[in-house]
Design a binder for this molecule. Sequence first.
Ligand SMILES: [Fe+2]
Length: 118
Amino acid sequence: MGYYDLKKLENTGEDKTALEKKHVPYIQCPDKVKKGEYFEVTVTFGKEITHPMGPDHYIQYFDLYADYASLARVDFTPDMKAEATLTLKLEESCDLNVYAFCNLHGHWEGSKSIEVVE
Ligand SMILES: [Fe+2]
């Protein structure tokens, strides 16, 4: 596992690795939203196991993109819970992509498609 590798969930079944379970960004938001209307997106790490947050091992930050457009960066310290809820609006359907960085386990990617309707 290289430090600069971008890792993402290859298998959504039951046989995820322990690292995948606590690192792959989990994006919670509606599947469908109205164009230009605010909605909430909550990002956690991961889904089955909560990533530890301590001085020696923690999620340092994540970046949120709508397709290739940067929307936000959230920085964490070890005293925080690795979770954030952001409020945003979209003009067209896209993939919400989250790129996160764990100080020990490197970069991780999570993605969720969202449909924007009139
Ligand atoms: Fe980690």
